[in-house]
Design a protein around this ligand. Structure first.
Ligand code: P6P
Length: 340
């Protein structure tokens, strides 16, 4: 495990190298991808910070594959991610929430042994009102034959991730990532343009203070979900009531719960019977970080990272956060604590 005195200034680049040394057979390819992602994060951060000034606020006149109107910053962030990562020779292909199909590596560039999936700017509907938004990424090893990646590389279960992370563009810009050796947070110092280690070995409190849920869907939840919410609110069972904190921006809600303890819940409902959040580039990467910090992430019945994907943009119900709060969800939704 990494330990640092509080006075040491550790840049993300130095930390990545130290982590690489934990793997004697490492080739440096994964480290290179993480460097490129840190650069992309700085570039997106500067665009997000400028949004109120430069004319990049607001909506474009087209929709993405999700049927959502694309915000201008969505498009810009998506372009930044692709351009920062497509020429390093470490990826065989990519996938983005903003793109309907697999993003191939241009013929003129070398390909590599990893695939990258990302949501370039999650929560972007909040941009115009200055609510924190985020970038989420997931990295898996290439498994398909041949030089160029295929959908087979992109639709792997979350347990095959080799790295995952997110950037939150909030009161400060933070990058949190894991390579399976714990979850670590870096805060951008804009005066020197460096991400500095600020939250080594993040541990999520076993029981949370915060419940993050949009209960405007209560009327179309299944009965067991309604029962579970009664438990979280202290109306049933013996749990002390949780404080509801819901921003409507997944990265912001997850980040608060990661550091302070809590659970993020987006159940299936009659409107979104398979859930709203996307498995491959939202639920899986955050689930990896959550588990590395001692939390849990399920779809109501099974571990998120065990779900076998069948399509690129598939959705999933999501119960993710402090271990004991997810355990309670598993019990109630499994019928072990049905409504009395
Ligand atoms: P609702 C943002 O659009 C997003 O994808 C996540 O960032 C957020 O957690 C969720 O949707 C909010 O959805 O239905 O509560 O507005």
């Amino acid at each position: 495990m990494v330990t640092h005195t509080s006075t040491s200034v550790v840049t993300i680049e130095r930390f990545i190298i130290e982590q690489e040394r934990l793997h004697p057979d490492a080739t440096g390819e994964l480290s290179g991808i993480l460097y490129d992602l840190a650069l992309a994060a700085k570039m997106i951060a500067s665009k997000v910070r400028m949004a109120g000034i430069a004319d990049i606020l607001g909506e474009t006149d087209h929709e993405n594959v999700q049927g959502e109107v694309q915000q201008k910053l969505d498009v810009i962030s998506n372009e930044i991610m692709i351009k920062a990562l497509d020429h390093g020779g470490r990826l065989c292909c990519m996938a983005s929430e903003e793109e309907p199909d697999m993003i191939p590596i241009p013929e003129k560039f070398k390909t590599g042994n990893y695939a990258l999936l990302f949501d370039p700017l999650d929560g972007s509907s909040n941009i115009d009102v200055n609510v924190p938004v985020g970038t989420i990424f997931s990295i898996v090893r290439k498994v398909s034959p041949g030089r160029r990646g295929t959908l087979e590389d992109l639709t792997q279960p979350g347990r095959r991730q080799v790295a995952a992370g997110y950037v939150i563009y909030g009161s400060s810009t933070m990058l949190v990532y894991t390579t399976g050796q714990g979850a670590h947070g870096f805060t951008l110092d804009p005066s020197i343009g460096e991400f500095l280690l600020s939250h080594p070995n993040i541990r999520m409190p076993e029981r949370g203070k915060f419940l993050s849920v949009n209960d405007s869907y209560e009327a179309i939840w299944a009965d067991d979900v309604k029962t579970l919410m009664r438990h979280y609110r202290g109306l049933e069972g013996d749990r002390t009531p949780m404080n509801v904190r819901y921003v409507g921006s997944l990265v912001a809600d997850f980040h608060r719960n990661l550091l302070g303890g809590g659970i993020f819940v987006y159940p299936a409902n009659a409107k979104t019977p398979r859930g709203k959040l996307r498995l491959l580039y939202e639920a899986n990467p955050l689930a990896f970080i959550c588990e590395q910090a001692g939390g849990r992430a399920i779809d109501g019945h099974q571990r998120i990272m065990d779900i076998l994907p069948t399509e690129l943009h598939q959705r999933t119900p999501l119960y993710m956060g402090s271990k004991l709060d997810v355990d309670l969800a598993e019990k109630v939704l499994g019928g072990h604590l049905a409504a009395v």
